[in-house]
Design a protein around this ligand. Structure first.
Ligand code: ACM
Ligand code: ZN
Length: 539
């Protein structure tokens, strides 16, 4: 080797030693959750203390506002707005949606992204490379505000990265809902499935049907723990006004999160029946439920008034929520009332529905409800999502999205039929399940066992027929709140399992490694959660 070649080789080896070829290689030094698709570390650091931050106007006002907010947070947290490097955000329409790149050199940081979410995720990543004061409201001037020189090329594995919230079994204030959204945004989740109606409480103001919240939002007690035999007798309830709903939608949107509202129908409707008993098969009276489980009392699809009711509810909801999807529930709808209801039976006859070897006429009647609601929402420019029970009965209309919760079978079948799917199997994705195999060691939980590793190890393509994977929009975890009554408990059930979900939803499987992930959670993410004052379970 001549001298020049020797120097070049030595330099190459020096750089190679600090250069990760994959994100996993550098998981020990840069703790970012969810793990980015690629990080390459090089020599040197860049000081962001007092950084000057600029953003292409071409991104639009909302993106510029998000970058300004980041700039304000940075100058507050590091205690100065002068003297640091330059951080630039440039638009690159050639990148895929929600992707971003970050190039950190000694001189400054260059971010590129195609859209607002890409910018938000670049900011989320940069914040994870800074002292945790960036998440708080107090400066930490003595912290090390330098970040390692590196190149990050990143983007999500799945377009749909969802978390569900249940304000019906227990009610969550607007403030707590915003905290839920805040922490979703830190970990790059982008869909909040808001389960707004239930047997135990109707939680959204519908202006044309005031009794839904005057009556349906309140119950006369709540069962205590797992004791089904009695309740506490304490009146309980609450609802969100449409103004509050708009505030939450906007808050979520600023953080890159779309809210998908759910009106669970035709089952899980006892609160609505308590308000409008004529919507049931036999007219009631009905009482907003005080205990959990599945009610036999459901909407009567034999009566036209039921569809007039649904169109009023869904019409207001479609006008309120910008989401392209409305979730119409469809789960756990017993058919015993329909079997005995003259109106339902007349409807079955009129439609010519008959039992066959796979489905009963009543299951096909639910399918009729789904199709009518779907057709109505289509006139409002909305697509529907339903729990996997909507697969029962006749063929679903094209464009229906199935949320697979009773395991993965429903989702696998739906994808084979060419329908889109959100994977939310209770075997991996139910955060009301206990985080220990010994339930007594945990705060109240529904039973079962799902810990951080269970959700982390989930692959939404599990069991899929090859060639149908493109129908999986992404995963979602559900946090039902029958057994969760306080914000502290809610956060304990959410965190850090939601971080496991974030990596399932974001990171390509070949980069995932539970031990590396857990180390990052323990060494860095707990500090983030502490700085934001969340309650969480330690692993
Ligand atoms: C569900 O858990 N009943 C969708
Ligand atoms: Zn009926």
């Amino acid at each position: 080797m001549n001298t020049i070649k020797t120097i070049a080789f030595v330099l190459f080896m020096a750089v190679f030693q600090v250069t990760g070829l994959s994100a996993k290689t550098v998981g020990n030094t840069i703790n970012i959750t969810p793990q980015p698709q690629s990080i390459t570390v090089s020599n040197g650091t860049c000081s962001v203390k007092g950084a000057k931050i600029i953003c292409d106007k071409s991104f639009g006002e909302k993106t510029v506002a998000a970058v300004d907010k980041f700039a304000a947070a940075l100058s507050l947290s590091c205690g100065t707005s002068k003297g640091g490097c330059r951080i630039s955000f440039s638009q690159d329409s050639g990148l895929k949606p929600e992707n971003y790149t970050i190039k950190v050199t000694r001189r400054g940081i260059k971010v590129t992204a195609p859209d607002r979410n890409g910018v938000l995720y670049a900011i989320a990543t940069l914040k994870q490379m800074m002292p945790v004061a960036i998440y708080g409201t107090e400066p930490d001037e003595d912290a090390d505000w330098t970040i390692p020189c590196c190149t990050i090329v990143d983007g999500p594995r799945f377009a749909y990265r969802g978390m569900h919230m249940d304000p019906c079994r227990h009610f969550w204030s607007i403030e707590e809902t915003k905290r839920y959204i805040d922490i979703m945004a830190v970990y790059k989740l982008n869909r909040l499935h808001w389960h707004l109606t239930e047997d135990q409480g109707w939680r959204i103001e519908i202006k044309s049907l005031p009794r839904l919240t005057e009556v349906g939002a309140w119950r006369n007690g709540t069962m205590v723990g797992h004791n089904w035999a009695s309740d506490d007798g304490i009146p309980y309830g609450g609802f969100y006004t449409q103004e509050e709903i708009k505030e939450v939608i906007e808050y979520a949107d600023e953080r890159g999160i779309t809210i998908i509202p759910e009106v669970d129908l035709p089952g899980h409707m006892v609160a609505a029946l308590a308000a409008y008993p004529e919507l049931g098969c036999f007219g009631g009276p009905y009482e907003v439920r005080k205990s959990w489980g599945i009610a036999n009392e459901v909407l009567c699809p034999g009566k036209e008034t039921t569809f007039e009711f649904l169109e009023k509810v869904l019409g207001e909801i479609a006008d309120l929520f910008p989401s392209e999807y409305i979730h119409i529930g469809g789960d756990e709808c017993p058919k015993v009332k329909w079997e005995n209801c003259p109106d339902c039976q007349a409807r079955i006859k009129e439609l010519g529905l008959e039992d066959d070897e796979r489905y009963t006429a009543e299951q096909k009647l639910q399918n009729y409800v789904t199709a009518r609601v779907q057709a109505f929402l289509a006139t409002k420019g909305k697509k529907v999502i339903g729990w996997d029970e909507i697969l029962e009965g006749d063929e679903l209309a094209p464009g229906t999205t199935v949320m697979s919760w009773r395991g993965t079978i429903g989702g696998i079948e739906a994808a084979k039929k060419g329908l889109d799917v959100i994977m939310s199997p209770y075997t991996y994705c139910y955060f009301d399940f206990c985080q220990s195999r010994t339930a007594e060691e945990e705060p109240l939980c529904i039973g079962g066992f799902i810990d951080l590793k269970t959700i982390y190890d989930y692959d939404p393509y599990e069991g899929m027929e090859p060639g149908t994977e493109h129908h999986i929009l992404g995963p979602q975890c559900n946090l039902w709140t029958e057994y969760i009554a306080t914000p502290e408990h809610l956060e304990y059930m959410l965190l850090p399992r939601m971080l496991g979900l974030s990596e399932v939803a974001w990171t390509n499987p070949e980069l995932k490694d539970y031990d590396t992930f857990l180390k990052g959670v323990r060494e860095h993410q707990y500090k983030v959660l502490d700085a934001m004052h969340y309650n969480y379970r330690r692993y």
